[in-house]
Design a protein. Structure first.
Length: 261
């Protein structure tokens, strides 16, 4: 049911947020873990005579000895060892200027990349402590920089969940162009990579604050998105959404639209 679908996506959004900074950054890191300084962490690069092989991400220190062929000397990611190079996990910049822990100017997508890496290390490697510096103070307490990073990651996760929900409501159209026929937009039960029980009709979707539009498939029957089937409605699906516009010259309820040129 539509109500069930809406509830499912609300639940998915909540689950995504629980995987975010507040849940993930505190998982498996009790105060009893070691506090390391940058000079001590630099000794853990896996070279002969080094005491081990560690790396830090958002101030969290992990023992990555199990991944020695990746992180040890000569490994593809050896530059990450013995330091907190959080920024490089998002940007792929392995120069000295990129191997830093400053995440303040990263985009939401880059922050989601960091969150994904943090989840990976938390699931696959042993946490050993916290790095005193940008993200943790002398007592191992979170700094303002860490709280800012956590808030930014949670906001990025929230935006991702909302975007996924919008895609379920308004799946992208199929489209093709040819010099002879122009542009054809059409809808199907699989368009936009979203499997569903309805095909929909093509419409322009405008986002608030944006001048551009994109073609989406819109349900043309039943209640609007998020409304229960039993509610009073005009049986027009989401056609009355104020952010939608018909394609000029196309039949209003046609599943495809051809624009010349």
């Amino acid at each position: 049911s539509r109500r069930g679908g809406a509830a499912m996506w609300r639940g998915a959004a909540a689950a995504l947020l629980c995987l975010g900074a507040a849940c993930l950054l505190r998982r498996g890191f009790e105060p009893r873990h070691r506090l390391l300084r940058a000079a001590e962490l630099r000794r853990y690069r896996g070279a002969p005579g080094d005491p081990g092989l560690y790396l830090a991400l958002l101030g969290r220190v992990f023992d990555v000895q199990r991944g020695r062929r990746h992180y040890g000397p000569g490994g593809a990611y050896s530059a990450l060892a013995g330091r907190d190079a959080t920024r490089a996990f998002a940007t792929g910049d392995f120069t000295e200027s990129g191997l830093v822990d400053d995440v303040s100017a990263l985009s939401p997508q880059e922050l989601l990349s960091i969150q994904g890496w943090l989840s990976f290390y938390s699931d696959n490697y042993e946490p050993v402590g916290k790095l005193v510096g940008r993200f943790y103070d002398e007592n191992g307490a979170p700094t303002e920089a860490l709280r800012d990073a956590e808030a930014a990651i949670e906001e990025a996760l929230r935006f991702q969940a909302e975007s996924e929900q919008r895609k379920q409501q308004f799946p992208p159209c199929n489209s093709e162009w040819s010099s002879a026929k122009g542009t054809r937009f059409w809808c199907s039960t699989q368009s936009g990579g979203v499997s569903r029980g309805w095909a929909g009709v093509p419409r322009k979707l405008y986002h608030p604050g944006s001048k551009g539009s994109g073609c989406v498939c819109v349900r043309s029957t039943g209640p609007p998105w998020g409304h229960p089937p039993s509610s009073q409605h005009r049986d027009r699906g989401d056609l009355d959404n104020p952010h939608l516009e018909e394609y000029e010259g196309c039949p209003p309820l046609a599943e495809q639209c051809v624009l010349p040129g």
